[in-house]
Write a protein that binds this ligand. Structure first.
Ligand SMILES: [Zn+2]
Length: 287
């Protein structure tokens, strides 16, 4: 998180800054002993075609069936993008390191998505390329976006029975004595346990893959839509004066470290313990 947000340029989609960030992620995965695959895609805005790419690595599990864990690495113009979303990439690299030589029941596919901020382009490109057999071979998709600064730690999930992975994550957090909650559903537009389709989980949700989505924000203030992240300073993301490390560390001392440690711990535990019968077990508790 630190290197991505402090030592590189701005990570605006389709620019050299985004390429620089991508190269760093490739090198980081290689250093951990993974073999990253860079998957280029293009997207169009107006009459201009832009280039970007996703970076994917695979950690083989006992079973061929996959759990996708993704986070976008691009950022909007003008910000360091510490919270949104160097934090998501930081946690991906941390969990990838921790489980590298451990046994996971499922195969884990980590993906760093490009061009999220211009309309979920990387995750859409990935989901669009998935064939029916790939979709059937994917147990769920976990999205990590903006983990540090929000007042509370959340996990959301698909509506109905497909929300089983959210319930499993909530139970893991409880066992670890980590304060993780879900959207309380105060706003009828975003029913309890779910969230909006504004991040990289959405294209996977649209093709029928259950999702879980980790985030730090505050659903009890502002328009009750999860956008107003903090009581103290409102929304942090996309704000040049706020989504930078000096501001975050001064006004929310210790929060980033605690959040990233907690999310890394939950995700590590989840990848190590998610089994083939987990889905059935948690689905049976949901309506
Ligand atoms: Zn984001």
């Amino acid at each position: 998180m630190y290197h991505l947000s402090q030592n590189l340029g701005q990570r605006v989609a389709g620019t050299t800054g985004e390429i620089e960030a991508r190269n760093y992620i490739v090198q980081s995965f290689e250093r951990l002993g993974y073999q990253p695959e860079v998957q280029p895609f293009t997207y169009q805005r107006g009459n201009v075609v832009y280039d970007s790419a996703n970076v994917a690595v695979v950690k083989e599990g006992k079973f061929k069936k996959e759990l996708i864990i993704g986070a976008h690495y691009d950022a909007v113009r003008g910000v360091q993008g510490v919270d949104d979303n160097a934090t998501g990439i930081g946690v991906i690299l941390e969990v990838a390191e921790r489980i590298k030589d451990l046994n996971t029941p499922y195969t884990i596919r980590f993906i760093a998505f490009g061009a999220e901020e211009v309309g979920l382009k990387g995750s859409s490109a990935y989901a669009k390329k998935m064939k029916n057999k790939d979709i059937n071979n994917t147990v769920a998709m976990i999205n990590l976006d903006s983990l540090a600064v929000g007042d509370f730690k959340y996990v959301y999930g698909s509506s109905g029975k497909d929300g089983w992975l959210r319930e499993f994550a909530l139970d893991i957090a409880e066992e670890l004595s980590i304060d993780l909650q879900t959207n309380p559903g105060l706003n009828p537009e975003y029913p309890k346990g779910t969230t909006g389709d504004w991040s990289d989980h959405a294209p996977f949700n649209a093709i029928g893959i259950p999702y879980a989505y980790f985030e730090a924000t505050n659903w009890e203030i502002g328009d009750l839509d999860g956008y107003t992240q903090t009581v103290k300073h409102g929304a942090i993301w996309h704000n040049p004066g706020k989504d930078n490390l000096a501001f975050i560390e001064r006004d929310f001392p210790g929060r980033t470290k605690e959040h990233l440690r907690s999310f890394s711990h939950i995700l590590t535990e989840l990848t190590l313990t998610l089994k083939q019968n987990t889905r059935a077990q948690y689905m049976s508790q949901l309506k």
